[in-house]
Design a binder for this molecule. Structure first.
Ligand code: 4AD
Ligand code: MG
Length: 482
């Protein structure tokens, strides 16, 4: 057999009447004659025309939905509708049979919930093929963006002894026999005897180590898995998700916001160029889905329009305090439509509030800055109290339509005394973070960074509604299948 050509290349081929070898999985087989074959290189299938009169009936029977086949044939101009070329098969080999009685993916529409249960096979659907090709492009684009700017890709540890966000939502890492861990004389678990000689956990963020890198390399980024044992069964949370965390020396909050906005626009533009067909397909899928919804819940923009809109407009920037004023005066707040009424200054925004600001008030991505110090992490740079004595930090959150928070970041507190004071107030153990504090002792400088939740980005670009559908094998409470 000759060299195999991917279906994407065949469909774009300018040459016809040449012999080709094509391999893939059967989507459908009609009239013992027309195979729709897909190999994942594109959402489009190639049609393979079978000369059934001259093909062994035993082979014909084995060409079933889901089977893997290899075909040698002539690439010819197609007479059929919807395709320019097809393959006239001269030789068909079934590489892997697929029992049509048992194969869970039928050539019909399946619900996303059902497909989640067969996540090992859902790659073979148009929707998931498109999603994972888009995810791939976005991830490549992230690297390209930072590499073009001279950032250093830093691999921060997965296993750590710290809880960077101080939220206590970590997964423990141990090789103890959980039924019988060694105990100290006081009857406590003796972590000195554990693998690392101390309690350890899966990282919730690479930021603290990232800061160490930035204090020498200037600009670094991480791009890796992070883990949170938060029990949030939502369409926006995963227990294992990928995060991109750049950290830049000599950046202030404005530089940080500019970089984040530029990154988001760059990677969205890249995916729109690179995966036009896939995004068009997903845009149509979404339109179909929206037709099932009542008129007032449908979005007035298609996915493609939404992405383009995001590229064409500056993100709205305002402070938390300004946002609270808008929310307090908003119609849903006055009409008591919010589940959590906005009363005073100081509480965290709920996603209904974020979505109001983005989807109803500004109708575009929003960057909120300068949050109350009490609802943010210890490492954020402290502002001078305002005229009313309210204390804020140099935080920023980027809020996206349909998503809510997509980026969280800040300028960092580089002043040792302020940082130590905050750690004491929040009960963050200074002795364990001696190495972090060292950066404030030796050559401290203003610096800033942020974390972009990669799945939330993929969610936005694919127009999907549930974060469990944009990562191959989602991890969430009570689920670690596959
Ligand atoms: O806002 P977060 O918690 O910020 C940090 O972890 C900082 N250390 C980042 C930094 O400054 N270097 O998380 C950052 C982003 C969120 O905005 C969100 O997009 C995503 O990570 N994220 C999640 N995505 C999916 N599932 C979860 N459980 C997530 N938690 C956060
Ligand atoms: Mg956050």
């Amino acid at each position: 057999m000759g060299q195999r050509t991917k279906i994407k290349a065949l469909l774009q081929s300018e040459q016809t009447n040449i012999e080709v070898t094509v391999k893939g999985w059967v989507r459908t087989f009609r009239n013992n004659q027309f195979i729709a074959l897909n190999d994942g290189s594109t959402n489009n299938n190639i049609q393979v025309v079978v000369d059934f009169e001259n093909t062994d009936p035993a082979i014909l029977k084995r060409i079933t939905t889901g089977a893997a086949i290899s075909v040698v044939g002539q690439l010819v101009a197609s007479l059929g509708k919807g395709q320019t070329v097809e393959v006239k098969a001269t030789e068909i080999e079934v590489l892997g049979d697929s029992d049509p009685e048992k194969y869970p993916l039928q050539p019909k529409k399946h619900s996303l919930e059902f497909l989640r249960e067969i996540a090992h096979l859902r790659f073979r659907t148009n929707t998931f093929g498109a999603i994972f090709r888009v995810r791939n492009s976005l991830s490549f684009a992230v690297h390209q963006f930072f590499q073009e700017k001279g950032f250093v890709y830093l691999h921060t540890p997965i296993i750590t002894a710290s809880d960077a966000e101080g939220a206590g939502e970590t997964f423990h890492v141990t090789n103890f026999d959980l039924l019988n861990p060694p105990k100290t004389e006081d009857g406590e678990i003796d972590f000195k005897q554990d693998f690392f000689g101390r309690p350890t956990n899966l990282t919730v963020s690479g930021q603290l180590e990232g800061e160490l890198g930035a204090m020498a390399l200037s600009d670094i980024y991480t791009f890796g898995p992070t883990f949170r044992a938060e029990n949030s069964n939502t369409t926006r949370h995963l227990a294992e998700f990928w995060m991109i965390e750049p950290e830049m020396a000599f950046y202030d909050l404005t530089d940080n916001m500019n970089l984040a906005e530029e990154l988001l626009k760059y990677v969205i533009r890249y995916a729109l160029d690179k995966n036009k067909e896939d995004i068009e397909f997903l845009s149509q899928r979404l339109e179909e889905e929206e037709k099932q919804k009542p008129q007032n819940e449908r979005s007035d923009m298609s996915l493609l329009d939404k992405l383009q809109f995001c590229l064409d407009n500056d993100f709205e920037r305002l402070t938390y305090t300004e946002a609270i004023d808008i929310l307090k005066e908003s119609t849903p707040n006055k009409k008591k439509k919010f589940q959590y009424p906005v009363e005073g200054w100081g509480t965290d925004l709920q996603s209904e509030h974020e979505r109001y600001l983005v989807e109803k008030h500004f109708k575009k991505p929003v960057i909120l800055t300068d949050y109350p110090k009490d609802i943010k992490a210890f490492y954020m740079r402290q502002n001078e109290p305002d005229a009313q004595g309210r204390e804020t930090v140099r935080a920023m959150d980027i809020l996206f339509p349909g998503i809510g928070e997509i980026v969280g970041g800040s300028q960092r507190e580089e002043r040792l005394d302020k940082l130590e004071q905050r750690m004491d107030e929040m009960g963050i153990p200074k002795d364990e973070l001696w190495w972090y504090l060292d950066t404030r002792r030796f050559g401290a400088c203003p610096h800033a960074g942020f974390g972009l939740g990669f799945e939330r980005l993929v969610l936005f670009v694919t127009g999907m509604g549930n974060i469990r559908d944009v990562i191959p094998f989602p991890r969430f409470p009570k689920n670690a299948e596959f």
